[in-house]
Design a protein around this ligand. Structure first.
Ligand code: WQD
Length: 330
């Protein structure tokens, strides 16, 4: 039985569906702070509570005879982490410590952890490999790096097989019912602006990149979910201690995303150029050779799939059928 913490969230619902599709039995723990349990497949039990409650976690591990944890629960908004660092360290770092303590007490010896490309900060080379220097620029990124250290040190003495997956920029939707409702990241923020009839904001166009805007590695949430199914099997097969980048390995600029959103929505919107956002690296793109060579996983969706699927789900979530609705909303 797999336990997915945060399994009712945007990424969690995709991961739970992928694990179920791969034949795994799954139970979800979620505090429902921004989860949507109604989006989970029928028959998936949801235990409502916080990973910070170690006794609760032990009860769930015991009740469902869990043999592997997929730990996604945590806060992930960079800007919020800057204004609420204590909350982020508590939720992300103490949450990880609590999950590991429960696992050790119940002799659960396998875990896959949701880490982040935010641990890298700026990337000196064309792409970031897993052995690249880590210099996170936000409390969010620092909590993810500390969680990796916790995991590595505790797993070493407790004989836990583990993998940490460094997510790059996750977007898209695996179905019209699976929109990213959290308007923190670029793609949903562009859609929100379209709906409001406003010009989306480009944070800076003077970076040392081909079009002057920041470059990121956008990965479809369905590809990310498939990576979890692959890694869950790997940590069960052999004692593992591995960190993997999970991205598509290709960069796309903010303007590339804007143009993809015009194409997906059918709305010929303009955008406005604002000052660069403090702390934004010019380029963060994954070197994905390790997960490909060791586990045979690669992303299959491109930027058009990502933004197109995201728009379909975004439109469905507000009852629209697509571009005509957004024009009407202007
Ligand atoms: C992307 C680019 C902005 C909004 C995320 C988080 C986290 C991590 C991936 C998992 C940047 C620009 C944004 C807008 C813009 N994944 N932008 N206008 O900053 O790469 O960070 O990385 O943990 O989700 O750490 O993601 O979506 O905020 O920004 O121009 O309205 O889009 O400057 O270059 P980011 P983002």
């Amino acid at each position: 039985m797999l336990l997915v913490t945060g399994g009712a969230g945007y990424i969690g619902t995709h991961v739970v569906r992928a694990l179920g599709g791969a034949g795994h039995d799954v139970v979800v723990v979620d505090d429902l702070s921004d989860g949507h349990p109604e989006l989970l497949p029928d028959g998936i039990p949801v235990e409502v509570g916080t990973v910070l409650d170690t006794d609760f976690m032990m009860d769930v591990l015991d009740m469902y005879r869990v043999d592997c944890v997929v730990h996604l629960a945590g806060r992930k908004a960079v800007d919020e982490s800057i204004t609420r660092p204590s909350f982020y360290y508590r939720q992300n770092v103490l949450g990880m410590q609590s999950v590991l303590a429960a696992m050790v007490r119940l002799d659960v010896r396998r875990i896959v952890f949701s880490s982040s490309a935010a641990v890298y900060g700026a990337v000196a080379d064309d792409t970031a490999a897993e052995d690249a220097p880590t210099a996170p620029r936000s409390p969010y990124g620092r909590t993810k790096l500390i969680c990796e250290w916790l995991l590595r040190d505790i797993a070493a003495v407790e004989g836990i097989s583990w993998s940490a997956l460094r997510y790059f920029n996750v977007a898209g939707a695996g179905g019209r019912d699976l929109a990213d409702h959290g308007v923190h990241n670029l793609v949903p923020r562009v859609f929100q602006a379209i709906d409001l009839g406003e010009e989306p904001t480009v944070f800076g166009d003077t970076y040392d990149t081909p079009d002057g805007t920041c470059i990121r590695d956008y990965i479809h949430v369905s590809d990310l979910a498939a990576a979890h199914a692959t890694v869950v099997d790997a940590v069960a097969a052999v004692p593992m201690s591995a960190i993997y980048n999970v991205g598509c390995g290709r960069g796309a600029s903010v303007l590339d995303v804007m143009r993809a959103a015009r194409e997906a929505s059918g709305v010929p919107f303009q955008w406005r150029i604002a000052e660069p956002r403090p702390g934004d690296p010019a380029r963060v793109v994954a070197d994905t050779h390790l997960i490909r060579d060791e586990l045979g996983w690669t992303a299959v969706h491109d930027l058009g799939d990502i933004v197109g699927s995201a728009w379909e789900a975004w439109s469905a979530a507000r009852g629209g059928t697509g571009a005509e609705l957004s024009v009407g909303a202007r």
